[in-house]
Write a protein that binds this ligand. Structure first.
Ligand SMILES: Cc1cc2nc3c(=O)[nH]c(=O)nc-3n(C[C@H](O)[C@H](O)[C@H](O)COP(=O)(O)OP(=O)(O)OC[C@H]3O[C@@H](n4cnc5c(N)ncnc54)[C@H](O)[C@@H]3O)c2cc1C
Length: 375
């Protein structure tokens, strides 16, 4: 059995793959003597982004004894699993909230955590056709099951502005001039960030990758929660779902045993545009919409508002790829380049499934398997 077959069999059986001197020479940190840029050491694989894909990739690589370093632009991990825990007595999700049944395998959470026996059912309830967390969140799941082993491997406020993969090693440079060097690098930033050219690649990304990115219709995104003195009759109201995006009002407190009445507003795609307003106008706009729908009950019951505008988040620049993107458009998105530059995340897939947390984690698993296979 050759190494490739061996890895495949290990994966099928769910067995950890031994490192076997995987990435032969440990990364040497190269201090560029001709500049005042600083460098950091002992990293075999650099990962850009501490969202579901970046954390999953780091977790799996580290389990194989491979040195990893995650460079995360924000002050916290999670990416589009961002939560607010101060607004009410259960976590409010600005991004991923449901455990989508699309592409969901049996024991998916246990698979992400690589812990077949993890007891997680008590944290879930059915919210047809998906599942939802009870007083818990995707963010909490990654905090409890993934991040513990990685605490010293994440560099926060590290905004990557350049990735140089022309030499034997890969170098990532952050906005403050720090250069990180490794054997391989996994990009997990959303495709909208790559499309914005905020990260310069040296050499430029190949044409097939750029063409694939160009084809993607990355939807905008906005999320708000309104705290109310009393229920206003909002259960689940899908106002729109079409090629332009989706808009929903829903009862976010459903089954959360909360004393608070929280109505969620989700606006995806071009439906998010209407919410690009200042705080006061935003509050008035949302209350007007809810009043129109729920017999003028929102304004007199209003207590508080919280929101996140994903379009204005410089490290997301939108929500996720359109639900109507043809799967053929995903060709070349997840291809690695020169055995050095890998891609993982909710959009770097074969296009059959995308735009979900567990899909981002699955894509990380594939990138890690490729790295192990190549080494
Ligand atoms: C409004 C909304 C609702 C959603 N609802 C659901 C849902 O109900 N269920 C579900 O499964 N999924 C949902 N999703 C999708 C889900 O959140 C994503 O699929 C998943 O979180 C993507 O993970 P990722 O790791 O691919 O990307 P991200 O989470 O975006 O991670 C990328 C990371 O890269 C970092 N980064 C970006 N640029 C740089 C840079 N230059 N330097 C360093 N770091 C950088 C970012 O800060 C981020 O942490 C929703 C998303 C949104 C926005």
């Amino acid at each position: 059995m050759n190494r490739k077959d061996f890895i495949k069999v290990c994966s099928l059986l769910g067995i950890s793959i031994p490192a076997m001197g995987l990435i032969s020479s440990c990364t040497s940190q190269e201090k560029d003597q001709n500049s005042n840029q600083s460098s950091k050491n002992n990293t075999e694989v650099l990962i850009i982004g501490a969202g579901a894909a970046g954390l999953s990739a780091a977790y799996l690589l580290k389990k194989q004894g491979i040195g990893v370093k995650i460079l995360e632009a924000k002050e916290d991990f999670g990416g589009r699993m961002m939560v607010d825990k101060s607004f009410t007595d259960f976590p409010l999700n600005y991004g991923a909230e449901w455990l989508s049944n699309e592409g969901w395998q049996k024991d998916e959470l246990q698979k992400i955590a690589d812990k077949p026996d993890a007891e997680l059912n008590n944290k879930l309830f059915n919210d047809f056709p998906d599942q939802k967390f009870y007083k818990y969140s995707w963010y909490d799941f990654f905090k409890d099951y993934i991040i513990n082993n990685l605490k010293n491997d994440i560099e926060y406020k590290a905004i990557v502005s350049q990735i140089d993969y022309h030499g034997e090693k890969v170098k990532a440079t952050t906005e403050n001039g720090t250069v990180y060097t490794a054997e391989k690098l996994i990009v997990t930033t959303p495709p909208s960030v790559l499309k914005s050219k905020k990260i310069a690649f040296l050499p430029a990304l190949p044409k097939n990758k750029l063409d694939a990115l160009d084809k993607l219709n990355c939807w905008g995104g906005f999320r708000a929660y309104v705290k109310l003195k009393a229920a206003i009759g909002c259960d689940w109201e899908e106002v729109a779902y079409n090629l332009h995006g989706q808009k929903i009002y829903y009862n976010a407190s459903y089954k959360q045993d909360s004393s608070n009445h929280i109505v969620g507003v989700i606006a995806i795609g071009s439906y998010a545009d209407a919410y690009h307003l200042n705080q006061q106008d935003l509050k008035n706009h949302i209350l007007k919409e809810l009043d129109a729908k729920y017999n003028n009950k929102a304004t007199p019951n209003f207590l508080d508002l919280t929101y996140h505008n994903w379009d204005k988040d410089p490290y997301a620049l939108g929500s996720y790829v359109s639900d109507f993107q043809p799967s053929t458009d995903f060709e070349n998105l997840n291809n690695h380049i020169d055995n050095k530059l890998f891609f993982a995340g909710d959009s770097y897939t074969n296009g059959k499934q995308y735009g979900k947390v567990h899909i981002a984690a699955q894509s990380a698993k594939i990138a890690v398997a490729e790295i192990l296979e190549i080494s």
